[in-house]
Design a protein around this ligand. Structure first.
Ligand code: FES
Ligand SMILES: [Fe+2]
Length: 400
């Protein structure tokens, strides 16, 4: 769709949402979500096997691998994976596992190296994963170095954002993102770089935390002074997209959501609307010219989540202004996050105790239903105990 048509459609949609006084006509009544999905270790094991081990996951950004030979570790989900920008400038992902007896090759979180040398017996690998050197090689009866490269993990980039997939047979990243990627076509993502990373662990299921960032219903109470003055929550429009993704559109009350950011040549609609992009299974970002918080929710166990906020934006010319701006931006994100965080353990306790057996959803919270339906499609409803399944009511109506 041409930008102008898209803008007209979006502005029209938020105006219609603002005028709406009844439950939306033709939209399905949402069934209650069983809270056991947020507590049961067996359901968690199904999510790990069928969702997290088979889906494209955000692992890092190209700006974090600035030089030839740059590497950094991705260590969520109990994994240790090296993201490497090879000396050939190709970005790859490898299991951080030496092919001799399994020691971790890389022990620093990030750095630059021309080769990876194992700290155990000093086998040496090139940055494209080839086993190049083996001390005292004559002591191995029949070691063919060509057969022992580093174990490669599927790795593809989308406009600077690096994704990995633990399933070798997964569809290409572009197919997985599909129409989600089109929502940001006119936003100059290539000019963005990582400004800060905030990581907090919270004692709750990953979905308990994730759900909070997927609706605007709580903004008027929880973020009364921080977000509510900037966003008109009565204009929140959810557009379900295939593969469990969606787009959220909301009208701003004030142009810049977080500050004074400007991006030259950016389409006008980003001044008056926020475009939120929830990305299956564990990502959310609201694109904003003043900078944005790319959020990822990593299960640490069935009862623990790591929330990672990666702050992105355009680099300012003046180094002092750059530092001051992004420090303030990060501090503001921490304030908003703190407003949310205290709620999650109380929600989790209500579910764990069995006091709350089901969650009631409004149409404004429809994305919770949408991504939960997609989780079930990936696991296969036949593999899920009946009391844990969600009904596929939105799938019956929207393209999956
Ligand atoms: S485990 Fe790496 S060289 Fe032995
Ligand atoms: Fe919130």
């Amino acid at each position: 769709m041409a930008t102008q048509d898209m803008n007209a459609a979006l502005f029209d949609a938020v105006e219609r949402e603002l005028a709406r006084t009844q439950y939306p006509e033709g939209f399905p009544a949402l069934p209650e979500l069983p809270t056991a999905r947020y507590c049961d270790p067996e359901f968690f094991a199904l999510e790990m096997r069928h969702v997290y081990r088979k889906t494209w996951l955000y692992a890092g950004h190209e700006s974090e691998l600035p030089a030839l030979g740059s590497f950094r570790l991705f260590e969520e989900l109990g994994q240790s994976i090296i993201l490497s920008r090879g000396t050939d400038n190709i970005i790859r992902a490898f299991k951080n596992t030496c092919r001799h007896r399994g020691a971790a090759l890389v022990t620093e979180q990030s750095g630059t190296a021309k080769r990876f040398i194992c700290p155990y017996h000093a086998w040496g690998y090139s940055t494209d994963g080839k086993l190049q050197s083996v001390p005292e090689a004559h002591n191995f009866a029949c070691l063919d170095k060509a057969e022992k490269p580093l174990l490669q993990v599927r790795c593809e980039s989308w406009r600077g954002f690096i994704f990995i997939n633990l399933d070798d047979d997964a569809e290409p990243l572009a197919d997985f993102l599909g129409p989600l990627a089109d929502q940001a076509l006119d936003f100059p993502l290539e000019r963005m770089s990582v400004k800060d990373t905030i990581r907090v662990e919270v004692a709750c299921n990953w979905k308990t935390a994730y759900d909070n960032f997927l609706e605007i219903y709580h903004v008027a109470t929880v973020h009364r002074e921080t977000i509510a003055p900037f966003l008109n929550s009565k204009t929140f429009v959810v557009t379900p997209l295939p593969n469990g993704h969606a787009r959220f559109t909301t009208r701003k009350k004030i142009e810049a959501l977080y500050g004074t950011g400007e991006i030259e040549g950016l389409d006008e609609r980003y001044k008056s609307l926020t475009v939120g992009l929830p990305r299956f299974p564990n990502g959310f970002v609201a694109l904003d010219p003043s900078g944005f918080n790319w959020m990822t929710f990593w299960p640490v166990g069935h009862d623990k989540v790591a929330i990672v906020s990666t702050i992105f934006g355009e680099t300012r010319d003046d180094p002092e202004e750059e530092k001051a701006y992004w420090t303030q931006f990060s501090e503001y994100q921490k304030v908003i996050l703190a407003e949310d965080l205290g709620l999650f353990p109380t929600v989790q306790r209500s579910m764990d105790q069995g006091d709350l057996t089901a969650i009631v959803l409004s149409c404004q919270e429809q994305y919770l239903q949408w991504y939960n339906e997609h989780i079930d499609r990936l696991i296969g409803p036949e593999n899920i105990p009946a009391h844990l399944r969600v009904e596929q009511v939105m799938a019956a109506r929207f393209e999956t």
